[in-house]
Design a protein around this ligand. Sequence first.
Ligand code: CO
Length: 214
Amino acid sequence: MLDDLLDNNRAWAQDIESENPGFFEKLSQQQSPEYLWIGCADSRVPANEIVGLLPGELFVHRNVANIVAHTDFNCLSVIQFAVDVLRIKHIIVCGHYGCGGVKAALNNNKHGLIDNWLREIKDIYHHHETRFRPLDEEARVDLLCELNVAEQVRNVCHTTIVQDAWDRGQELAVHGWIYSIRDGLIRDLQLTVNGKDQIDPIYRTDPAELPNAS
Ligand code: CO
C-alpha cells in the first residue's frame, strides 16, 4: 500500500518537472505564497487541489473543523509566520458542509479528547440556538458549518498578529469561504474583513500600546 504512495510521488514530481523544468530547484530557494489557508483536516477538502494551486503558492494550516482558538499556539504560530515573515496578503478560513467535527458537536455522544476541542462549536450553537429550532438535521449541520466559519474569521481578526499588521499599514484581508463536498465548489460567505474598523470595539487593540522595539 505505502509503495503505491511512493510510486505516485515519483510520477507526480516527474510530471511537474517535465511541465516546468527547474520547478523544484527554484522552489527550494524560497517560498512566497500570497495566501494562508485555514481549513478542516477532512480528507475530502485538500487545500491546494481545490483552488488549483501548486507547491509554493498556498501556506496551509488544517485542524478538525477549522477552528482558530485564541490559545492554540500551533495555529497562532502559523498565522504569525504567514503574516509577519511571509507577508501573505489574504487569510482564507474555509469550512465545508457536512463537516464531521461540526456534526459531532451537534450530538451528545462521547468521542474522546476531541470533545474538548469541539466545545468551541457547541458554544456557537448555543449562542444562536433559536435559529436552529425550525431546521432539519442536515440544515442544522450546514448552518453551524457557516456560523463556524464566521466565528473563526472573527477569531483571526481578533488576534494581536492581524491587528498589529493593520496598525503597521500592512495590506491584509481575512475571508470566509465554505466548500461543498457534494459538488466540489466553494462559496464566498461575503465575510471579508480588511481593517480594524470592521471588528467589534471590545476586541480592538490600541495601536498606541504597540510594544516598542526601540
Ligand atoms: Co470537517
